[in-house]
Write a protein that binds this ligand. Structure first.
Ligand SMILES: Cc1cc2nc3c(=O)[nH]c(=O)nc-3n(C[C@H](O)[C@H](O)[C@H](O)COP(=O)(O)O)c2cc1C
Ligand SMILES: [Fe+2]
Ligand SMILES: [Fe+2]
Length: 396
């Protein structure tokens, strides 16, 4: 039973699925659930843009049925072959036996490889090609590596509306379908971007170049709410995250067993804050790593701490390091700290990693043997001040 029907502009409907219980979207923490958006266009040619994830085909079909008999669908546009959008093509083709799948050359190849044994009635469209639907049309623009090689977006010039697929998406389930109806979108958008898109930031910038000057009034992503107000604001945020996301902020992250490294972490954070830089602190053992990754993306300085555990950084910090690497942190200041008992090792490993990740600057690490003394904590505080001053200098 599906009653919600959402018309975006005349005869263009949201017909996706809401995954209220989603808490983990392939590793991305989604405390408020998520959505898989599909869009139905009613015109001379009836068209569905993208589909939904496994287990949501029935919901998609129910929603389509509130508008039209699915058998009447002519075109199924496949913008991206990842299973959260392509799984329901099988159910759609059953319900719409005359429909053709419209996709890129790579999309066609990936569909065949993703669903071995299935026969798809595919029509390939080129980059820049326009498909007339009757009163309206769709122009397909390939945006390779945002975030898969086959990804394309579809632009409807008559409505200045872009179906942006994963770009401008976020995972959040709400009763509202438009971003201007909710006020807590910044962090979910940032999480989604940092976890899924930031690694391919260069491809996002290329995509921006490709659509330069194209008037856009509405952005319909494949996850989360639709953007119909403040388009400039949201595209500016995306552009900033893709070029240089760093703000005058720092984060201190750590993991500890007996809390010595935690004491160091607090002293370092206070030192950073004392020079007027906003500084957050995260105990990685208690955090969802993708949440910390979002904060790390916007931090100018990332200070990583770990106690030494069998000559290595303790597991939670070790596990966080790839999240840092995938942010392409080349504009950041990095530093490592931690407590050890005898030979140490954690901060040496972490410092080497920060350098390997091509941090702009990496400080010498700060080590304390067992419990920090008052004097050690003062050293930590001063270390934080040094980091804070470097952050300040980068923005002055
Ligand atoms: C399981 C385990 C393995 C450890 N391995 C090492 C080691 O290889 N080298 C070392 O210098 N200290 C080692 N230590 C000592 C800790 O690094 C030391 O106790 C440190 O002060 C703990 O910091 P924390 O209070 O932040 O947990 C180990 C401690 C534990 C519990
Ligand atoms: Fe995707
Ligand atoms: Fe997706």
């Amino acid at each position: 039973m599906t009653s919600e029907k959402v018309e975006i502009v005349k005869d263009v409907y949201w017909v996706g699925a809401i995954d209220w219980m989603l808490r983990d979207f392939h590793g991305l923490w989604t405390p408020k659930g998520g959505t898989y958006n599909a869009y139905l266009i009613i015109d001379e040619k009836i068209t569905l843009i993208d589909t939904v994830a496994p287990n949501f085909s029935a919901e998609l079909l129910d929603r389509i049925r509130t508008i039209i008999d699915p058998a009447k669908i002519d075109y199924l546009i496949c913008q991206h072959v990842e299973p959260d959008h392509s799984t329901a093509y099988a159910a759609m083709l059953e319900a719409a036996p005359n429909a053709k799948i419209i996709t890129s050359k790579r999309g066609a190849e990936y569909l065949q490889k993703s669903f071995p044994g299935m026969e798809f009635p595919i029509e390939i469209v080129d980059d820049g090609e326009t498909l007339s639907l009757g009163k309206r049309s769709l122009k397909f623009v390939q945006i390779p590596m945002v975030h898969w090689p086959e990804t394309m977006i579809s632009y409807m010039p008559e409505e200045q509306l872009v179906f942006s697929n994963d770009a401008f998406g976020m995972q959040i389930a709400t009763p509202y379908r438009f971003a201007d109806q909710i006020d807590d979108w910044y962090e979910p958008l940032r999480s989604y971007y940092s976890y899924i898109v930031r690694f391919n930031a260069a491809a996002v910038l290329k995509a921006f170049k490709k659509i330069e000057g194209v008037p856009i009034k509405i952005i319909c992503p494949s996850h989360g709410p639709i953007w119909r107000k403040n388009i400039q604001e949201i595209t500016d945020i995306y552009y900033r995250w893709s070029s240089s996301p760093e703000q005058e902020q720092a984060i201190v992250v750590y993991s500890t067993i007996w809390k010595s490294t935690e004491q160091m972490a607090h002293a370092i954070r206070e030192g950073i804050a004392s020079v007027g830089v906003a500084a957050e602190i995260y105990n990685l053992e208690d955090e969802q790593l993708s949440r910390v990754q979002g904060a790390a993306m916007e931090a100018k300085a990332v200070v990583v701490g770990a106690m030494t555990y069998n000559i290595d950084p303790y597991y939670p910090t070790a596990a966080f390091m790839p999240y840092l690497k995938h942010l392409r942190p080349t504009n950041k200041i990095g530093a490592a700290f931690g407590s050890y008992g005898w030979g140490g090792g954690a901060t040496k490993v972490l410092t080497g990693q920060l350098k390997d990740f091509k941090f702009e600057e990496v400080l010498d690490p700060l080590n304390v043997q067992f419990r920090p003394s008052e004097e050690d904590l003062k050293r930590c505080y001063e270390y934080g001040q040094e980091i804070g001053r470097k952050v300040k200098a980068a923005f002055s």
